[in-house]
Design a protein around this ligand. Structure first.
Ligand SMILES: Nc1nc2c(ncn2[C@@H]2O[C@H](COP(=O)(O)OP(=O)(O)OP(=O)(O)O)[C@@H](O)[C@H]2O)c(=O)[nH]1
Length: 196
């Protein structure tokens, strides 16, 4: 009989630190989605997939803390983008592997982490990124905590683009064409379902 290798635990990081300009400057994770803050749906879908949860936020930290997980702000001036949140998350993660999702994708796939993890281990990659319909979704990713020094250097040199940074590393894409609708971000009021 083959020995079964246990899967490594994954730390989960919800990125909720953006400016939300397309949402009129609202803190998107706290915007109502089906009667509760959008981040509540994200956490509910993400929690069963990871061994710990963390929230990266730059405003309303107390409101995010009510969900019972560690919340922390970026340690960079202004809003430097999702990579600043990833840097803070990699620095705090308890596990070697860290999965990220945005706070504005309340329908994220229930097998997101399992599929990213399988590909990352199979390819011995540094980063696994979800794609759907030929488009990459770089904030739905799994990456190795050991990338922290390289990420810090990229940010210190002024790099801000998630996709460009990921492509500079050993990266594997994972196609979720069967679940493309799960990657729909709710970026503006027009994306939200009608209240009621
Ligand atoms: N920690 C952290 N997260 C961020 C930052 N900028 C964006 N994010 C998060 O990354 C994800 C993708 O961000 P976008 O939707 O592209 O940007 P946004 O600022 O939220 O929205 P727009 O201002 O409308 O572009 C969202 O979940 C954001 O909350 C940042 O500076 N720090």
């Amino acid at each position: 009989m083959d020995a079964i290798t246990p899967l490594p635990p994954v730390s989960g990081l919800v990125l909720a630190g953006g400016r939300g300009l397309r949402m009129g400057g609202a803190d998107k994770g706290l915007v109502d989605f089906r009667g509760r803050p959008m981040v509540a749906s994200v956490l509910e879908r993400f929690a069963p997939q990871v061994a710990e949860l963390m929230i990266s936020a730059n405003r309303n930290l107390d409101a995010y803390a009510r969900f019972g997980h560690p919340v922390f702000a970026d340690d960079m001036a202004d809003f430097a983008g999702p990579l600043a949140g990833l840097k803070a998350g990699l620095a705090r993660a308890r596990h070697e592997l860290v999965a990220t999702v945005p706070c504005d994708a309340p329908l994220l796939p229930p097998d997101l982490v399992a599929r990213l993890l399988a590909a990352l281990l199979r390819e011995d990659a540094e980063i696994a990124v979800a794609t759907a319909g030929g488009r990459s979704h770089p904030v739905f990713c799994l990456c190795r905590r050991a990338l922290l020094p390289a990420l810090a250097d990229y940010l210190a040199a002024g790099g801000r683009k998630v996709d460009a940074w990921q492509r500079s590393r050993r990266r594997v894409e994972v196609a979720f064409d069967d679940a493309a609708e799960a990657f729909a971000n709710l970026n503006s009021p027009a994306d939200l379902p009608p209240a009621g």
